[in-house]
Design a binder for this molecule. Structure first.
Ligand SMILES: NC(=O)c1ccc[n+]([C@@H]2O[C@H](COP(=O)([O-])OP(=O)(O)OC[C@H]3O[C@@H](n4cnc5c(N)ncnc54)[C@H](OP(=O)(O)O)[C@@H]3O)[C@@H](O)[C@H]2O)c1
Length: 251
């Protein structure tokens, strides 16, 4: 039977592969036949993801994506065996929750660096000849890109920037046969959500999750959408956002 989401023979670089959504993406794309390059800072947690990958040819590249001027080195290492990449998933991210009066310049630079600036550089190097011939780029954005919430000024801005750039970037990259899209999850059960509960409290988080008609989402729900966008089943889709929110934005 034909699997329209088959990724056999593809090589996919996944940032944020040490936890949550990025980890689920790495595991799924390996299940679908791809070899995976895992990127994140925490080597032990990358090793845990690595141990769960089906197939072979995978690589772990511990790297801090806020070190923007060394991002090219990730691609050099990922392709050092002569292979090129076919997919890029940017799932690494942080969720700063701060009222505008409390935001510092350092926090602005840090959040933009990991959530947005690193993505621009990852996409830039992905689209260079030594590292890919064609392919699909998927960023994990958020419903925060299109919906505001208290203390979300900085986070919403990073995700809005991501999606605005994706629309334009997709146009630049059609001639290179590279598609660029994002997914917009709502609340998903990951360590990031546990951290959110610590900041806003369990009751506040519960009441926000109650606004998701299908309830809480899981990393695999987002990974399925990411894998679809990576695959040839999405070959006519570029420059857009796929909402994965249990109906949250439909209201
Ligand atoms: N969970 C949700 O409800 C939700 C909803 C909408 C969107 N999202 C988005 O989904 C993405 C993944 O979030 P998650 O929920 O899976 O969070 P998570 O479990 O906290 O994972 C975050 C990932 O980002 C990586 N990361 C953070 N800073 C990094 C840095 N400086 N360099 C390299 N990697 C870095 C972490 O790896 P290391 O710690 O190893 O560096 C980790 O793998 C984020 O972009 C988030 O904004 C999440």
């Amino acid at each position: 039977m034909v699997n329209p989401m088959d990724l056999s023979g593809r090589r996919v670089l996944v940032t944020g592969a040490s936890s949550g959504i990025g980890k689920a993406c790495a595991i799924l794309v390996a299940e679908l036949g791809a070899s995976v390059v895992l990127v994140g800072r925490n080597k032990e947690r990358l090793d845990e993801t690595f141990a769960q990958l089906e197939g072979d040819g995978h690589l772990s590249v511990p790297f801090d994506l806020t070190v923007l001027d060394e991002i090219k080195s990730v691609f050099v290492e990922a392709c050092s065996n002569g292979l090129k990449l076919d997919g890029l998933v940017h799932a690494a991210g942080i969720l700063p929750l701060l009222p505008i009066q409390a935001i510092t310049q350092k926090q602005i630079v840090q959040a933009m660096s990991i959530n947005y600036f690193s993505f621009l550089l990852l996409a830039k190097f992905f689209s260079k000849k030594p590292f890919s011939n064609s392919g699909s780029i998927v960023a994990v954005s958020s419903v925060a890109s299109v919906k505001g919430w208290e203390s979300g000024t900085l986070y919403c801005g990073t995700k809005g920037a991501l999606d605005s750039s994706i629309r334009a970037m997709a146009l630049d990259l059609t001639t290179k046969k590279i598609r660029v899209n994002s997914v917009l999850p709502s609340y998903i059960q990951t360590p990031m959500l546990d951290d959110t509960a610590l900041i806003i409290g369990d009751d506040a988080l519960r009441s926000r999750i109650l606004k998701q008609p299908l309830g809480l989402g899981y990393p695999e729900d987002v990974a399925n959408a990411v894998a679809f966008l990576l695959s040839d089943a999405a070959r006519f889709i570029t420059g857009t956002q796929l909402v994965v929110d249990g109906g949250y934005l439909a209201q």
